[in-house]
Ligand binder design. Structure first.
Ligand code: NAP
Length: 308
């Protein structure tokens, strides 16, 4: 029996595990076969406090894991498969085994939606990015595009203008999904141009990005556009499908009822699986800390129902 089972091993899950173990709570992390989350796919992280020279994403995650292990967290590098979240103690299936925990912290993150076009996957970190706050400084005086038509696309483009020479938002329709205020902000920025009714069909370049192929969604006309980088901002898919009875919103993000609590007593949530607003490593880590403190308080209250 574990006091806390953490599902997920990105910054949210690992920070939660550091806090729960330091609070002497017996903690298991169901880390997943590909542990570490989205930062395992990035190169240099320059905006995580404490690393003035920056740190490689996988190194940052390895450090976090080492820290959690140092404080006594146990890890299984298998995928969570199912769980009964009806009441504590909860039973979790992962790999071939089942585990019992008094409290659960769901920190399974969200996956970036990618375009899925030729040339994209192999150039992630080499001109293809999904995070302007992380990677914009690498595109100083370069010409970049942002794919997407929602608030994220507008925000990414605005961030990029602080560094890039030009930013073009490429959207597949003639109307944006973004809010008016964000569209107005982007339109007011002289560095931002717009290319509507345009679907990206290929990302060009041998090693790094040198351009994109585009198809006009109305005329069918195809053309190539030379560029140095592409920021894909077409949304995220939260990894929340496997939690029966846990409330999610219309896009699948877990709903936080109060202070990292889900609709189920004893089940807490942290990071990108519930946060559709910030989606940064540092905010995920912050939510991980908050969820651990809440789980600790909740466990204490279970043992001493009339205490405090
Ligand atoms: P979103 O609102 O779902 O918009 C996704 C955009 O990507 C849409 O314009 C969509 O096109 C396009 N798209 C999706 N799949 C595509 C594909 N395969 N190829 C080309 N284009 C594709 O996602 P989001 O912009 O990430 O925003 C998510 C949520 O976070 C929203 O609620 C948003 O308001 C919020 N948010 C707010 C802020 C802010 O207020 N500062 C900043 C960021 C995010 P279609 O329009 O044609 O479907």
């Amino acid at each position: 029996m574990y006091d806390v089972i953490v599902l997920g091993s990105g910054p949210a899950g690992l920070t939660a595990a550091i806090y729960t173990t330091r609070a002497s709570l017996k903690t298991l992390v169901i880390a997943g076969e590909k542990w570490g989350g989205q930062l395992m796919l990035t190169t240099e992280v320059e905006n995580f406090p404490g690393f003035p020279e920056g740190i490689m994403g996988p190194d940052l995650m390895a450090n976090m894991r080492k820290q959690a292990e140092h404080h006594g967290a146990e890890f299984v590098d298998v995928n969570f498969s199912s769980g009964d979240f009806s009441a504590s103690p909860f039973t979790i299936q992962a790999g071939e085994k089942s585990y019992q925990g008094k409290a659960i912290i769901i920190a399974t993150g969200a996956d970036t939606k990618w375009l899925g076009v030729p040339g994209e996957k192999e150039k992630i970190g080499r001109g293809v990015s999904s995070c302007a706050p992380c990677d914009a400084p690498f595109f100083k005086n370069k010409n970049v595009i942002v794919a997407g038509g929602g608030d994220s696309a507008m925000e990414e483009a605005i961030v990029l203008t602080r560094f890039a020479q030009s930013v073009t938002i490429v959207h597949r329709r003639d109307e944006f999904r973004a809010s008016k205020i964000m569209i107005d902000k982007a339109k007011a920025n002289p560095k931002i141009a717009f290319m509507m009714n345009s679907q990206i069909t290929e990302i060009l370049g041998d090693v790094t990005v040198t351009g994109i192929k585009l198809k006009n969604t109305i005329t069918g006309e195809e053309k190539e556009l030379p560029i140095d980088g592409i920021f894909v901002a077409i949304g995220h898919t939260p990894n929340s499908k496997v939690f029966p009875g846990i409330d999610v919103d219309e896009k699948g993000f877990i709903i936080v009822h109060e202070h990292t609590k889900t609709n189920k007593e004893g089940v807490f949530v942290a990071g990108d699986v519930h946060d559709r607003q910030y989606m940064q490593a540092i905010t995920a880590a912050g939510f991980g800390c908050a969820s651990a403190l809440e789980a600790e308080r909740w466990l204490e209250a279970q043992n001493n129902p009339v205490a405090k």
